[in-house]
Design a protein. Structure first.
Length: 335
């Protein structure tokens, strides 16, 4: 009994050490995040003040130039008025005719009613600065989330017993592409017979897991997770109600989340590597563009009961246009 109690004590002690270490790491990550945010705010404030000062100097210079031009025009008008006043008393009509052309050739004056000094530039500058700051904060928060999720990386390997006969899998089970030719394979119950789908070997029924897939150079692909009890024969509709939590690319730049109903996605950049994160208990499936550290889409409030398996569809070969494979890649934790 003492031996068992001692072993249990050692286990609890070990778990407590892990918990404390994880807590300290999370605290350090949060402190680093807020330090970065403060630096970003201070840098934004400095740049904004410098920009506003430059605009103020430009506005003052514009005002000085306008005042100088206006004063010069007033002086010329006074001189011309004096000349006309003198001419109004002359009786030398020949002289009056001789200078008539010069009187009529007075330079064009500026339409001062159209002159305005821009006073709303500072407000627009402030709005732009705040928008940029908001984007920076969102990027840093997303990057922090992504780093946290990457801690739950799992080693995913493709399951050849589930692969559609048209798919070509690499020997290490990390790559899949459409071979454009149907192979003679046993039609076991696990295999997808109509669509170019393959699942990961290992399923997950609890906890959190994360994996990354390189999609660079592809024009079509599907990625996500699927429950164990999905239909694998015949017609398949990708949706959570049918046991699929996926996003896909079509026609090189058309992205969609296969939700209920499906959602078209507008992405700022074309993802080269996609991260997939699942929190089984929270009912969460999230997709991230790893390179830009931005979120692609999240399925939230889901209810899982079956095992969940990583899901892959490299898309049709399309005459070689989409021959690049989907590649399961290890996480770069140093990025």
């Amino acid at each position: 009994m003492r031996g068992r109690d001692y072993a249990e004590s050692e286990v609890y002690s070990g778990l407590n050490e892990v918990y404390e270490r994880n807590t300290e790491e999370e605290k350090a990550a949060r402190v680093e995040l807020f330090t970065d945010l403060i630096r970003s705010i201070e840098r934004c404030q400095t740049e904004l003040l410098e920009m506003m000062e430059e605009q103020q100097k430009a506005a003052e210079k514009q005002e000085e130039e306008l005042i100088e031009e206006l004063e010069q025009e007033i002086t010329e008008l006074k001189m011309r008025n004096t000349e006309l006043e003198q001419l109004s008393h002359t009786e030398d009509h020949l002289h009056l005719l001789q200078i008539y052309s010069s009187l009529c050739s007075f330079r064009n004056t500026r339409n001062w009613s159209e002159i305005s000094v821009k006073t709303d530039e500072s407000l627009e500058t402030l709005r732009r600065a705040l928008t940029e700051l908001q984007d920076t904060l969102q990027e840093k928060l997303t990057l922090t989330d992504l780093k946290r999720m990457q801690q739950y990386e799992v080693d995913v390997t493709l399951d050849p017993d589930t692969a559609n006969p048209n798919l070509i899998l690499s020997d290490d089970g990390k790559q899949v592409r459409d071979g454009d030719i149907e192979q003679k394979l046993p039609d076991n119950p696990e295999r997808f017979d109509r669509y170019g789908i393959v699942l990961g070997k290992e399923g997950f029924s609890s906890g959190r897991f994360y994996f990354e897939v390189q999609v660079k150079g592809k024009t079509d692909w599907d990625l996500g997770v699927a429950r164990e009890s999905i239909d694998r024969k015949g017609e398949i509709t990708l949706s959570p109600s049918n046991g699929f939590w996926t996003v896909w690319l079509r026609n090189e730049n058309e992205y969609k989340a296969c939700d209920d109903p499906s959602v078209s996605l507008s992405l700022r950049v074309k993802p080269q590597r996609v991260g997939v994160f699942v929190d089984y208990e929270e009912g969460l499936v999230s997709f991230y563009d790893v390179e830009s550290s931005s979120q692609i889409y999240s399925f939230t409030g889901q209810s899982f009961s079956d095992k969940l398996y990583p899901y892959f569809n490299p898309g049709l070969n399309d005459g070689g246009k989409n021959s690049t494979p989907l590649i399961i890649t290890p996480v770069n934790h140093n990025k």
